[in-house]
Design a binder for this molecule. Structure first.
Ligand SMILES: [Zn+2]
Length: 308
């Protein structure tokens, strides 16, 4: 009996070992469902969303899409209905008082200190019948944020995490500026912003982490994450002496930096389709995109575990 038992146990063991091995081989290196990630990028940058310009029907559709996904993931709302409305009046625009709406969810943490992970979901809309799809800018950051939210919902963080989809970034960081002015930042213990804007194109397989020039304490933590093959994480674009190449105030991290809140911004170099109608889904390198999101997720995990 004993011999038979051992034989069966061994057979079971080797079969399960084989299955685990196969599972490891087939699911590759990601902490999330890469297919789902690219599907969400595709949907957010589809013609249905009509370029997601603040105050338009296409923008509203993108907002409904994001809120439905947050509800499906079981992410709590940070504000009633997840929506933080604000008014935008554009200089020289006839449409004064166009409504912007930030989308805010929250994942409770073990501590009160809070990390805001963000991406803007608006883009340039439809100009003279031409849709500006904004696949890289910034459907890529928005789909990445849904993915990262799902991860931290399933793997509870140490810090409290606010998931912020900002509106009206393209009008001059208006949504994030409203957000940082809408609350007592000290009372809410906001200690860090991790912002994503254009994280999918990487034509040279390079992803930048910007912000360590001002906040060098973040660098060692991010440098310590496991490197993935086929993507290079670089630091830079945050030295004010380089002027044009300084990205500090080029996206929503600028609103946090203005309040002296440490930030880390993830993005790629500008490409020929930047702010053109040709920034479309078919130009995205999906392999690079998944690696980029995995890198940002690993950095967010490491920063969450660290003291900052
Ligand atoms: Zn952008």
């Amino acid at each position: 009996m004993a011999g038979f038992f051992n034989f069966t146990a061994m057979r079971k063991l080797s079969l399960s070992t084989l299955l685990i091995f196969l599972a490891l081989v087939t699911t590759a290196q990601y902490s999330f469902d890469a297919k789902k990630l690219s599907q969400e990028l595709k949907e957010l940058s589809s013609g249905v969303m009509d370029g997601r310009k603040t105050g338009t029907e296409g923008n509203r559709k993108a907002r409904t899409y994001i809120i439905d996904h947050l509800k499906q993931l079981g992410i709590e709302r940070f504000v009633p209905g997840y929506e933080q409305p604000f008014s935008v009046s554009q200089a020289g625009s006839l449409n004064q008082g166009t409504g912007g709406v930030n989308i805010l969810g929250v994942i409770p943490g073990k501590k009160k200190e809070t990390i805001v992970i963000s991406a803007h979901y608006d883009h340039l809309g439809n100009r003279d019948g031409k849709v500006y799809y904004g696949a890289d800018d910034n459907a890529s950051g928005s789909a990445a944020l849904l993915t990262i939210a799902e991860y931290f919902k399933k793997n509870p963080p140490v810090h409290r995490i606010i998931i912020a989809f900002f509106d009206a970034e393209e009008m001059g960081l208006r949504g994030s500026a409203y957000f940082v002015n809408s609350m007592d930042l000290e009372k809410e213990s906001i200690v860090l912003n991790i912002n994503m804007d254009m994280v999918a194109r990487g034509d040279k397989n390079e992803l930048y982490a910007c912000g360590t020039f001002y906040y060098p304490q973040l660098k060692a933590t991010v440098e310590g994450i496991q490197k993935l093959e086929g993507i290079t994480l670089l630091f830079g674009h945050d030295n004010p002496e380089t002027k044009r190449d300084d990205w500090t105030t080029q996206s929503d991290q600028g609103s946090f930096h203005a309040k002296k809140i440490p930030f880390l911004y993830f993005g790629v170099e500008d490409h020929p389709d930047y702010h053109r109608a040709t920034d479309t889904f078919d130009k995205i390198n999906l392999d690079f995109y998944a690696k980029s999101v995995e890198t940002i997720l690993q950095a967010a995990k490491a920063l969450d575990m660290s003291g900052d």
